[in-house]
Design a binder for this molecule. Sequence first.
Ligand code: SAH
Length: 236
Amino acid sequence: MDASDSTLKGNPTLLQSQELYDYILKTSVYPREAASLKELREATANHPLAFYGTEPDSGQLIAILLKLVNAKKTIEIGVFTGYSLLLTALNIPEDGEIIAIDPDRKAYEIGAPIIEKAGVMKKIKFIESLALPVLDKLLEDKDNEGSFDFAFVDADEHNYYNYHQRVMKLVKIGGLMIYDNTLFGGGVVTPEAVLEVKRPLIPPLLEFNKAVAVDDRVELCHVPCGDGVTICRRLR
Ligand code: SAH
């Protein structure tokens, strides 16, 4: 990587160039993006934290994975305005359900009317809370163990390994756990590429990446799309 990489705008695919990333978005992503997802993305665009939103190319990957495992019951940690939540709701069956956890109800309320209009709100149970206590509460009931098909983790990187330990119990064998931002704007190898305020999240994220890479309970693929997506499939 040369120094100019750190000046790339947005979230270019980290191993490629801005031009290639734009090419992917223009050719393969935006033309296929559901109208409601586009509306939600646009409704979020002027939010000061708009960069929180899951990248639409990662969204496409997640949509395919949801379909491949026939995900019906899912859990999402980190909702923000709801891009990945709406995406999930659109890609699970009519009787599917999503437990969505985020302490920021205000952000969720930006996307909620669009989710409602898309007709998928009935699939969503939004829990306004930090995630760890909710996961621990779910695990108090043995019936929840192995009852989820899919988990999407996109919040609070310093807890990723804590989330992993818990969602490993909630997701069934053969189910998927997806972790977003695992390349962290390139910060995993080039800390100076990310804002100083975000740098304290890099060491715990590096620890997570290292730990999950040698976790033999999962099959893993670390994909350089969006901001880095780690796909884990529970093996046992
Ligand atoms: N998946 C979202 C983006 C999530 S951004 C999308 O596609 O738009 C990260 C979110 O995590 C923020 O909304 C923040 O409020 C939430 N968050 C931060 N700490 C958290 C915690 N401990 N538990 C659950 N959510 C948390």
